[in-house]
Ligand binder design. Structure first.
Ligand code: GRF
Length: 200
């Protein structure tokens, strides 16, 4: 069976990318391979992580190109690399309807909360964990979902809960959600999606 060709789109530190690359190296994504890492920032450490593993990279910097042009160039790069599955991992650009349509059912994202709670416009990065603490909920977590035109609203693929502690700050909570949930469920969910795409 042909492996599903994966592109990972990042903007920052790339710890989720690292978790995915490690899982692939350890044989935990037997039905997929990361063939391209795309960044919308030249400063993203994710690009270094990809290079260290010998994975090709492409940069379409927000500062250098308007969105429409950037998306056209990104789609071209994805087609050139014959990408089957687009994985968003801390990618800070909201994709247009046209882009989502081009990869319908083949774009996934990870969100650092238990959707549909604490999702939607403005809920990204540390803001999510601030909102969780302000609400006083005792359980949070992470969600892997398909990307549709509704921000954080696509069908859910996987979730994992993480306990909120009395003494948590947004930063300690963010770290624990990554370690205990995101880095665990994302590679597993990607393998599950690859298996499903192979069957189509
Ligand atoms: C993660 O918390 C992810 O859930 C969110 O952005 C963060 C990315 O971190 N969408 P990293 O770049 O993978 O380290």
């Amino acid at each position: 069976m042909k492996k599903i060709r994966i592109a990972v789109l990042c903007s920052g530190g790339g710890t989720n990318l690292q978790a995915i690359l490690d899982a692939e190296a350890e044989g935990r994504i037997p039905d997929g391979e990361v063939v391209l890492v795309v960044s919308d920032s030249r400063e993203a450490y994710a690009v270094e992580r990809a290079k260290k593993r010998g994975v090709p990279t492409a940069i379409f910097a927000k500062r250098e190109m308007p969105r429409a042009e950037r998306e056209r160039a990104m789609l071209e790069a994805l087609h050139e690399s014959e990408v089957d599955l687009v994985v968003l991992a801390g990618f800070m650009t909201v994709l247009s309807f046209g882009f989502v349509k081009a990869y319908e059912g083949r774009i996934v994202n990870i969100h650092p909360a238990l959707l549909p709670s604490f999702g939607g416009v403005g809920m990204y990065g540390i803001h999510v964990h601030e909102a969780v603490l302000a609400a006083g909920v005792k359980v949070t977590g992470a969600t892997v979902h398909y990307v549709t035109e509704v921000c954080d609203g696509g069908p859910i693929i996987a979730q994992k809960a993480v306990e909120v502690r009395e003494d948590d700050t947004p930063e300690t909570l963010q770290q624990r959600v990554m370690r205990e949930a995101e880095w665990v469920i994302y590679p597993a969910a990607i393998q599950k999606v690859c298996k499903k795409l192979q069957g189509e």
